[in-house]
Design a binder for this molecule. Structure first.
Ligand code: DC
Length: 234
C-alpha cells in the first residue's frame, strides 16, 4: 500500500474496539495514530487533580478554561506498546487516564464547548504527512468532515463492557462487571445526547460491528478498503 496518504476517521461507542483497530492499522502501514479520547481523558485527569469537580460532577468552569489553555498534552511512540502513549508535560499518564475515576467523569468534560474547541484545533493540526488514522466521537463529523474514509464502530453493550472489564482487571484494578456496564451505558447516553458535537454516524461512514469479527478480520477488511481507495485515487 503506497502513494496517496489518507485521513481515516474512526468514530464509535466507548470500548467498541476502535482504538485496537486504528492502532493495529497504524502499526502495519506506518500511519500516525491519534486516540482523541485520551486527550479528553488527560484534561479530565488534570481537572480531578485540581479538584475542579464537586460531588455532583459540576465543574468549576473558569478554572477549567485556564487549565485547558495551559495543559500540554502530547503523544510519544512507545516501542514496547507498539503505539503512541499519552503525556501531560513530562509525565506519562497513559495508565492513569484509563482508571474508573477518570472514566466516570470524562463525559462531563467532553461536553464543555471550550474544551472541545481547543482539542479539535489540536487534532486538526496533527501531522497528515505520513497518513493519519484518528479515533474518537466526532472525527468524521467535525474534526475531518472531508476524511478519505470514515468508519462508525459499534458492538453490543455487554461485549464492550466485558472488554473494558478484562482490560481493567488485567491491570489489577478492583472493579465489578456491573460497575463497568453502568459506566459504558452512562457514557453512551451522555455522548449521544450532549449538545456540542454529539456522537453521530456521519452520513458517509461505513458501519463496522466489531462483535462479529476478530481483530485480524477487521484489520484485513480495513487494509482492503484502504487499498481500494488508494487505487481509485491513482
Ligand atoms: O474513547 P474513550 O472512551 O477513551 O473516550 C473518552 C470520552 O471522551 C468519551 O466518553 C467521549 C469523549 N470523546 C469525545 O467526546 N470526543 C472524542 N473525539 C473522543 C472522545
Amino acid at each position: 500500500m503506497e502513494n496517496k496518504k489518507l485521513v481515516i476517521a474512526v468514530d464509535g461507542y466507548s470500548s467498541s474496539g476502535k482504538s485496537t483497530l486504528a492502532k493495529d492499522f497504524a502499526a502495519k502501514v506506518g500511519y500516525v495514530f491519534v486516540d482523541t479520547g485520551a486527550m479528553y481523558r488527560a484534561v479530565t485527569l488534570s481537572a480531578l487533580r485540581n479538584n475542579l469537580f464537586d460531588a455532583k460532577n459540576n465543574i468549576e468552569l473558569e478554572k477549567l478554561e485556564k487549565l485547558v489553555e495551559e495543559i500540554d498534552i502530547h503523544f510519544k511512540y512507545s516501542k514496547e506498546e507498539g503505539r503512541s502513549i499519552t503525556y501531560i508535560g513530562d509525565e506519562l499518564v497513559e495508565s492513569e487516564i484509563r482508571n474508573i475515576e477518570v472514566s466516570d467523569r470524562v463525559s462531563y468534560i467532553a461536553a464543555v464547548p471550550f474544551v472541545r474547541r481547543k482539542l479539535v484545533d489540536m487534532q486538526r493540526n496533527m501531522s497528515k504527512e505520513s497518513g493519519l488514522i484518528m479515533d474518537g466521537r466526532d472525527i468524521g463529523t467535525v474534526v475531518f468532515p472531508n476524511a478519505d474514509i470514515k468508519l462508525f464502530v459499534t458492538a453490543d453493550v455487554m461485549v464492550r463492557a466485558q472488554r473494558r472489564y478484562r482490560e481493567l482487571t488485567n491491570k489489577g484494578e478492583n472493579v465489578s462487571l456491573q460497575e463497568i456496564v453502568d459506566n459504558v451505558k452512562k457514557r453512551d447516553h451522555l455522548d449521544e445526547t450532549r449538545e456540542e458535537s454529539p456522537l453521530r454516524k456521519a452520513k458517509d461512514a461505513i458501519v463496522l460491528d466489531t462483535g462479529k469479527y476478530s481483530p485480524k478480520e477487521q484489520l484485513d477488511w480495513l487494509m482492503k478498503l484502504v487499498d481500494e481507495k488508494t487505487q481509485s485515487a491513482k
